[in-house]
Design a protein around this ligand. Sequence first.
Ligand code: FAD
Length: 392
Amino acid sequence: MNAQLHRRMVLGGLGAAGLAGCAASPAVLVRPSRPDFQRPPLAPLLTDPGRLSRITVCTRPFRAAGPRIEAEAIGDKRVVHNYGHGGSGWSLSWGSAAAARDLALEGGQPEVAVIGCGALGLTAALQILRSGARTTIYAAERTPHTRSARATGVWSPDSRIAAESAVSADFSARWEAMARRSWAEHHAFVGLDGEPVKFIDQYSLRGPRGGNASVGPEPTPGRVDFVRYEPRLQGLTPSSRALRPEEHPFPVESARVFPQMTFNVAEYARQLTEAFLMEGGRIVERTFHHPSELVELPQPVVVNCTGYGARALFGDESVVPVRGQIAWLTPQPEVTYALWYRSISMVPRADGIVIQANGSSQMVGYGVEDETPDRADAERALAALAPLFAAV
Ligand SMILES: Cc1cc2nc3c(=O)[nH]c(=O)nc-3n(C[C@H](O)[C@H](O)[C@H](O)COP(=O)(O)OP(=O)(O)OC[C@H]3O[C@@H](n4cnc5c(N)ncnc54)[C@H](O)[C@@H]3O)c2cc1C
């Protein structure tokens, strides 16, 4: 594609045919096979590092065996664990929380405590409450201060969720059940005010040979055989489509597009918190330093949704930190598409444009607990994205 056409599409100066095609309902009026068809213009992302407003870092709670969802007795309490969801906590939240809820309410418990107010705590607490039990969340931090608030916010149900060599024989089936249930539940939030969950067209771009080097921190040495389960959801989630050059404005060799489910994490967490409180739940600020402190709680059942915090609280060293960093550009409401290019993801959210440099493998950040922001990493990612918009 020549630079002039690129500039025209990015800036929005479509020709008469394109404009006519965009009127009213393009899905009905315009067929992609028409030679004069052009997709609606895409507003350029502003990649100036001066637009960075913050950099956040958090640790994904990875367990090689997958999330721990099981009950144990501690003193006279029944403790149901629901932690260790790696890079998939938001995606799998509803399905995992439903499994924890079922364990918590075995025997018809009237009152339940939930420890943790992140993605897993909020969804578990809401489901337990809606099943009829009086429910109290105890947490050291609430949104927006939890690690969950620092997630990218995309459907990524098998991201660093487990290692092939460490999972039990039935794990993939349990994962699939959690993923399918969560996928369905997330839909209840599509189209609501504030758009806590919405679909965004994501463009996956490939530059010319030699121009696709991944951008991001160096991977940790070693290898973990992370599971790859998304193919099990084929037919459930939307699939991608290869684009012809005239269907996109990017100066790359090939491009695909697919509707990506995204979570506006700030709004999603706010709505879950509000629903929980309005429906009669209680939230108490409290930090636990040892499992023996759970015995002091008045509730007979405790659901443990402490995420990475479970490593310290329960001494569970099977929880491995996987560091991840997000650079936030100030919001650009006109940017309505997501990108994946050179392993960098860009997701536009109402609270900012989320940029993440994922590097060359899933070993990036593995075993790294340091949550200090790295501005140079953020600026490298922006510099790598800039040529996509150079013609503007
Ligand atoms: C950079 C990055 C991007 C990510 N992007 C995505 C994504 O796009 N999609 C996705 O699905 N997942 C994503 N994830 C993963 C996701 O963020 C996690 O899996 C998820 O946040 C885990 O949620 P949680 O509720 O288990 O833990 P947390 O959010 O950490 O919540 C734990 C709760 O427990 C409380 N707590 C902990 N210890 C104690 C204690 N001792 N006493 C009292 N309270 C305690 C905390 O205060 C908090 O309220 C990403 C992760 C990272 C790092």
